[in-house]
Write a protein that binds this ligand. Structure first.
Ligand SMILES: C[S@@+](CC[C@H](N)C(=O)[O-])C[C@H]1O[C@@H](n2cnc3c(N)ncnc32)[C@H](O)[C@@H]1O
Length: 278
């Protein structure tokens, strides 16, 4: 699915959504889609996004920089010979999705997409319906219950956990509150993976912002389906305990192996890294 197109005929509010889409509540996937210039959002999502833009007008370029990090990291990991990807917190499909990037490196790559937002599932399933998408599976599941992901028969059928996997947690962990032990969730997932597996992770931070931004950011997501918890560098680094960061380590996403020196300087309130399990 190309950027700026919708699986529906028209914008999101033109179609009759299943009741669990809750168009009245802002959803992270749809807010992110708005920042990326997509068309799949409702008035409540746009209102929350505009609240963020009022104090952080560079957010759309930061969202694009995160997406470009995802694509460079997927290309790198596929180039290291990884043929199985578990992409949790997939987002609404846009240009350059995980399977498209990885299958350019190796058409045999298998991708399991997981998101807890039904709109993501509807889009992703529509996208995968045609030929030419290789081995892709799309599932509705929740990162906050990692054991249910690891034991899901559809995941086990698509992915051989005895072989290396690329676990992707890109711009999703900041939607998991501290009380739910996000570090323990990542540990549970990593423990289940074979040696030689990779972790691709990015995360929002308030480290580069004036303190009032983080208050305003939290307020924008207050009525949303998930609250946002930006974390400082040390807390993001802790997600990589027990795995080996590849060069250049944990950096602002545009600075991770940039292909365009100008793009590397984009303001991004986040960190990203790739690590290998030995
Ligand atoms: C900001 S988007 C990131 C999309 C994509 N990973 C990227 O970086 O381009 C965050 C996604 O995580 C999903 N998400 C949030 N909380 C989740 C949870 N607990 N379990 C699964 N997915 C979740 C949202 O629905 C949304 O699609």
């Amino acid at each position: 699915m190309a950027e700026n197109t919708s699986w529906m005929d028209g914008t999101a509010e033109d179609f009759r959504p299943p009741s669990d889409l809750r168009p009245d509540i802002p959803h992270p996937a749809r807010i992110y889609n708005y920042f990326l210039g997509g068309k799949d959002h409702f008035p409540a999502d746009r209102a929350a996004a505009e609240q963020v833009l009022a104090f952080a007008p560079a957010t759309p370029s930061a969202a694009r920089a995160n997406r470009a990090f995802l694509q460079r990291a997927v290309r790198y990991v596929a180039g290291e010979g990884i043929t199985q990807f578990l992409d949790i917190g997939t987002g609404i499909p846009t240009a350059g999705n995980t399977h498209e990037v990885a299958q350019q490196v190796d058409p045999a790559v298998k991708v399991v997409y997981i998101d807890n937002d039904p709109i993501v599932l509807a889009h992703a399933r529509a996208l995968m319906a045609g030929p030419g998408h290789g081995a892709t599976t799309v599932l509705q599941a929740d990162l906050r219950d990692p054991k249910s992901i690891l034991t899901d028969p559809r995941v086990r059928e698509a992915i051989d956990l005895d072989q290396p996997v690329a676990l992707m947690l890109v711009a999703v962990l900041h939607f998991v509150d501290d009380e739910l032990d996000p570090h323990g969730i990542v540990r549970t997932l990593l423990d289940a993976l074979a040696p030689g597996s990779f972790l691709i992770l990015s995360h929002a931070t308030g480290d580069f912002d004036p303190p009032e931004h983080s208050v305003a950011g939290k307020a924008a997501y207050q009525k949303a389906a998930a609250q946002v918890s930006p974390r400082p560098y040390a807390e993001v680094l802790r997600f990589f305990e027990g795995v080996d960061l590849v060069e250049p380590g944990l950096v602002a996403p545009p600075k991770w192996r940039p292909e365009d020196p100008e793009a590397a300087e984009a303001w991004t309130p986040g960190y990203g890294a790739v690590a290998r399990k030995s």
